[in-house]
Write a protein that binds this ligand. Structure first.
Ligand SMILES: Cc1cc2nc3c(=O)[nH]c(=O)nc-3n(C[C@H](O)[C@H](O)[C@H](O)COP(=O)(O)OP(=O)(O)OC[C@H]3O[C@@H](n4cnc5c(N)ncnc54)[C@H](O)[C@@H]3O)c2cc1C
Length: 478
């Protein structure tokens, strides 16, 4: 089997590893950029870090005793991704600066075309092109008229020095809070423009002492034990709490967030502005033990009014006031539903993926779509996302996809049956009604049809579903 993997972020690396493990060594990872790592290559803003513990945000096949903090900085994760790609022999298989533009089903396989022209024929394709990949700018008038400097958080210029500058941050989600917590100390003034208050879970991000690292180097089994403990706490307890499968854990979590706000923010007026009007967990939880402190600094301002427009000198509010700024950071997230965009993916019988998904992305168990034989995804529609390690999700899906590729290597092509896919999605939508995500808030989990793009069941159910493909759910053709 000759396999094309689109993207060399965490998902592409996981796919490469499991392909190799299964004996499929003939694969190419296509990467549009000149480096791997995806999220961790692109997001280099001040304070960028994972917000689940690093000893969980790692591949099971690549334990790492060297993490320096409980939740390590982005640069450390990026270095880890590079090391892992080299260790597993994926690095040399990356075609850098090749953006896949077109993938066409032909002769029982796929013709892959990149920004550099036609590349070749592959028996199977794994799209690992990322969900949080296309930066989303806010719809505010006048953005281009600003005379200071500005950027989206995922397009940070490493040479930027904000010392002594008046900085504005638009967006108060996980990224906006990380930036605020990190910058407030170093700039002349920081204004955080908040449209929606966030629930914040306190997660102390302490350094990991050298003795601890040595302990893990000496005793990898202990480090593995810690991984499994964290997996239980985050992907299972935490994941189940937000998906409605563990009410007791949910109560615990909600109380922790409420108490954090109550005890950390002393000024009642500021506390009121920071108090969300929706249930804990409805939006992705922010994890931080330093944001509340930062926003209470004398040089920090929380602006909750409506923005009228961006002007030459700063941000004009609807009440007429102006925040004069030197630098404006858009921490406004991503087009999270533009999966596989803007590739032209043409399947069997003239089907085009973008057209199939015109009314919303869907898939069979997140990994495959009827009409697209031997086309697979890691991080596809309704993959488990939220406050836990995506790397666990990616590994489960990669193993599952490789099992399907194994089947294809024997039989020809595999493709999910339409009726089974429809039934799966109907069940999924029904189950979504019971989750916290639909309890009355707006979030990036919703697509434009108002459907939530996450996984409504427990993580253990997901792991179970990903154990072995049920081949009866697939058309298998020579
Ligand atoms: C700021 C930030 C913090 C995060 N923190 C966490 C966290 O704490 N825990 C967690 O679990 N998750 C976190 N995430 C989610 C994170 O995106 C995932 O954990 C993971 O990194 C996704 O990996 P991926 O490979 O699926 O996608 P990406 O990392 O987006 O990689 C996709 C790759 O595909 C390439 N690509 C895309 N299209 C093409 C194309 N047409 N041709 C060729 N190459 C292409 C891209 O250049 C990129 O390299 C965070 C995300 C962000 C943005």
């Amino acid at each position: 089997m000759r396999v094309a993997i689109i993207g060399s972020g965490a998902s592409g690396i996981a796919a490469a590893y499991y392909l190799k493990q299964a004996g499929f060594a003939d694969f190419t990872l296509f990467e549009k950029s000149d480096d791997l790592g995806g999220t961790w290559r692109d997001n280099r803003y001040p304070g960028v870090a994972c917000d689940v513990p690093s000893h969980l945000y790692r591949f099971t096949f690549a334990p790492n005793a060297e993490w320096t903090r409980r939740c390590s900085p982005g640069a450390e994760i990026q270095a880890y991704m590079r090391d892992v790609a080299k260790q597993i022999g994926a690095f040399e298989k990356i075609a850098f600066n090749h953006e896949v533009t077109k993938v066409q089903f032909a002769d029982g396989g796929w013709e892959v075309e990149t920004s550099k022209g036609p590349y070749g024929h592959f028996d199977a394709v794994i799209s690992a092109s990322g969900a949080l990949h296309h930066p989303k700018m806010p719809n505010i008038d006048g953005i281009e008229s600003f005379l200071g400097r500005s950027c989206h958080s995922a397009q940070w210029d490493d040479a930027t020095d904000l010392t002594g500058k008046r900085v504005g941050v638009i967006g108060s989600g996980s990224t906006g809070t990380q930036i605020t917590a990190t910058l407030a100390d170093h700039v002349q003034s920081l204004t955080l423009f908040q449209r929606t208050a966030q629930w914040i879970m306190p997660l102390p991000n302490y350094p990991i002492a050298e003795e601890k690292r040595q302990e893990y180097r000496d005793d990898p089994a202990k480090m593995d034990g810690y991984y499994h403990y964290l997996a239980g706490r985050f992907n299972e307890v935490f994941g189940d709490a937000v998906s409605g499968h563990n009410p007791e854990a949910y109560e615990h979590m909600a109380e922790a967030c409420e108490e954090n706000l109550r005890t950390s923010v002393t000024d009642p007026e500021l506390r009121a502005k920071l108090t969300p009007d929706y249930a804990v967990g409805c939006k992705r939880l922010v994890l931080s033990d330093s944001f509340y402190e930062a926003i209470q600094r004398p040089n920090a301002t929380l602006e909750t009014g409506a923005i009228s427009k961006v002007e030459q000198n700063g941000v004009r509010m609807e009440d007429g006031s102006l925040h004069e700024l030197d630098y404006l950071i858009y921490a406004t997230g991503f087009h999270a539903h533009s999966l596989c965009h803007p590739m032209h993916i043409a399947g069997r019988d003239g089907r085009v993926l973008a057209e199939e998904w015109a009314d919303g992305n869907y898939a069979y168990r997140s990994v495959a779509v009827p009409g697209f034989p031997n086309w697979f995804m890691i991080g596809g529609p309704n993959s488990p996302i939220g406050n836990f390690s995506y790397l666990m999700t990616a590994e489960h899906q990669a193993k599952y996809v490789v099992s399907l590729i194994k089947e294809a290597s024997i039989s020809g092509t595999v493709e999910p049956k339409p009726d089974v896919t429809d039934a799966y999605n109907a069940e999924l939508r029904e189950a979504m009604n019971g989750t916290i995500w639909v309890s009355g808030c707006d979030s990036w989990y919703f697509d434009k049809q108002g459907r939530v793009a996450s996984y409504p069941w427990s993580f253990s159910r997901f792991a179970e579903e990903m154990q072995t493909p049920n081949l009866a759910d697939f058309h298998i053709r020579p």
